[in-house]
Design a protein around this ligand. Structure first.
Ligand code: NDP
Ligand code: BG6
Length: 514
């Protein structure tokens, strides 16, 4: 460790961290590896998967003997796939030669998602390109969930490498639409794969601050003592986006915001914030504790749900903001699908009884932000007031993005003044100030590396999934029922900060805005 240029704090040697990963990946890699991108023609492949593979390759983090094979129905070529991706690659001029080398180890095969012959052809082609039958194989399913079933089955029955090589299957969310379909998918996958071959990706688990939650909670006595109902009034976990569905309306309309971000990203964060201390930092120990706490959450009740759908703001100078959700391609004109939701969850255990966990997610709001706010109870028997009112509550904020930070809102004597005038201030650990020069890898970079290394800690286990669906499925069935009079989807203008009705529920649950 060395002093940062700010001279206050040790910074990590980024190169050392990457060197360590590189050594670990490459040590285990005397073999050849084949990384298959299913849905290579699609949105996720172009925006995230191919760019991530390029960055990992560029930084020397992948095994040396690796090849990539894209697969989809479209009649494409490698050149076309890379033309589609180019604008997301963040390519520097100095990297052009390496980039060409990367493209040269890519291939593309076109075929169906349901014909075994196409999968046999893919298998033979892969053996031919790799020049061996014992290359380890990673399959990334960047596909609509409707084809997960057939594709996973056909990969298992036609595309397995010869032993001792391994196969790992990376499955994108959404894992099902409700408890029943998710359980069916889990059963289907477990028929064809061992659990250690399945990597259900929730990219929020690859974010720096989400990973840091375990350290923050369990390496600091100052927090471990107060992390419970005696000291905490409410916990709120927020996801906000300042963009609409942007052409993904066809997909989104079938799912809605609860399935898109709350059931997965926000509930994953909740389970880490609320779990008991795991026996160790081993993946299975942490996942065991996450499941245990989920089991203590009652299904959400409709009265604890606030729903909204964005509409165009006709007065906005921003053209995108003038369009509402119903204007997006693929969205039925009478759609009631929520693009904003707030749900309140209650954990029935000794630590959390009576503490509301408020999960809020919304698209087309005023900013892009994800954070966890842990609000402490009022100071009992306080001697202080601010303008005749109680002093503000302490609040610990973990900002997941953008601009990662942990800060503690607290009361302080106003500096330089006589007497005890109290003002609210912050103990602030903003990462780009404190850890200058440290590169935080993108979530997909970390998670794809995890798959190479066989680490499942940051992936979702089937029992976690089952519990998360159990909690949200009853309200989802109500929301999906178009004739249900209890469901009120409130319009909000593109660019607003949220729904007043949602803020009112927070106040009802004793979360106060300072
Ligand atoms: P796309 O709609 O772009 O689909 C990917 C590919 O699948 C398409 O290029 C198409 O390839 C094929 N495809 C599309 N519709 C169908 C269909 N009805 N039946 C069979 N094949 C079809 O999806 P995304 O790339 O956006 O998403 C892929 C997965 O990743 C989804 O599960 C999504 O929920 C998840 N995801 C996506 C994110 C994103 O930002 N896009 C973010 C997080 C998760 P072809 O026709 O060439 O076969
Ligand atoms: C995805 C959702 O899982 O997460 C998208 O499907 C959302 O709707 C995205 O935009 C947000 O991810 P991030 O990393 O940009 O916060």
């Amino acid at each position: 460790a060395k002093k940062s240029s700010a001279g206050q704090c040790p910074t990590q040697e980024t190169d050392t961290i990457f060197q360590r990963i590189r050594t670990q990946v490459q040590k285990s890699s005397s073999n050849t590896y084949i990384f298959f991108v299913f849905g290579a023609s699609g949105d996720l492949a172009k925006k995230k998967i191919y760019p991530t593979l390029w960055w990992l390759y560029r930084d020397g983090l992948l095994p040396e003997n690796i090849i990539f094979i894209g697969y989809a129905r479209s009649a494409l070529t490698v050149e076309k796939v890379f033309q589609n991706c180019e604008k997301y690659m963040k390519l520097q001029d100095s990297e052009r030669d390496l980039y060409k080398k990367f493209i040269s180890i890519n291939s593309y095969v076109s075929g169906s998602y349901d014909n075994p012959k196409d999968f046999q052809r893919l298998h033979n082609e892969a053996n031919k390109i790799a020049k061996e039958e014992t290359a380890n194989r990673l399959f990334y399913l960047a596909l609509p969930p409707s084809v997960y079933g057939s594709v996973s089955e056909l990969i298992s029955s036609n595309c397995r490498p010869k032993e001792p090589a391994w196969l790992r299957l990376i499955v994108e969310k959404p894992f099902g639409k409700d408890l029943e379909s998710s359980n069916n998918l889990s059963k289907h996958l477990s028929k064809h794969y061992k659990e250690e071959e399945i990597y259900r990706i929730d990219h929020y688990l690859g974010k720096e601050m989400v990973q840091n939650l375990v350290v923050l909670r369990f390496a600091n006595r100052i927090f471990s003592r107060v992390w419970n109902r005696d000291s905490i009034a409410a916990i709120i976990i927020i996801f906000k986006e300042d963009i609409g569905t942007q052409g993904r309306g066809g997909y989104f309309d079938e799912f809605g915001i609860i399935r898109d971000v709350i059931q997965n990203h926000l509930m994953q964060i909740l389970s880490i914030v609320a779990m008991e201390a795991p026996r160790s930092t081993k993946g299975e120990d942490i996942r065991d504790e996450k499941v245990k706490v989920l089991r203590r959450i009652q299904p959400i009740k409709m009265e604890d749900v606030t729903l909204g759908q964005y509409v165009g703001d006709k007065n906005s100078s921003n053209e995108e903001h003038r369009k509402g959700y119903l204007d997006d391609e693929g969205v039925p004109k009478d759609s009631k699908t929520p693009t904003f939701a707030q749900v309140v969850m209650h954990i029935n255990n000794e630590r959390w009884d009576g503490v509301p966990f408020i999960l809020r997610g919304g698209k087309a709001l005023n900013e892009k932000k994800a954070e966890v706010r842990i609000q402490f109870r009022d100071m009992p028997g306080s001697m202080f007031e601010v303008d005749g009112e109680k002093t503000a509550r302490d609040e610990l904020v973990i900002r997941v993005q953008p601009n990662e930070a942990i800060y503690l809102k607290m009361n302080n004597k106003r500096p330089g003044e006589m007497g005890f005038r109290v003002e609210e201030t912050e103990l602030d650990l903003t990462y780009n100030e404190r850890y200058q020069g440290v590169k935080l890898p993108d979530a997909y970079e970390r998670l794809i590396l995890d798959v190479f290394m066989g680490h499942q800690i940051n992936f979702v286990r089937s029992d976690e999934l089952e519990e998360a669906w159990r909690i949200v499925t009853p309200v989802l069935s109500e929301i999906d029922d178009k004739n249900n009079k209890n469901v009120n989807v409130i319009p909000y203008p593109f660019g607003s900060s949220g729904l007043q009705e949602a803020f009112d529920i927070c106040s009802k649950y004793d979360y106060t805005y300072s």
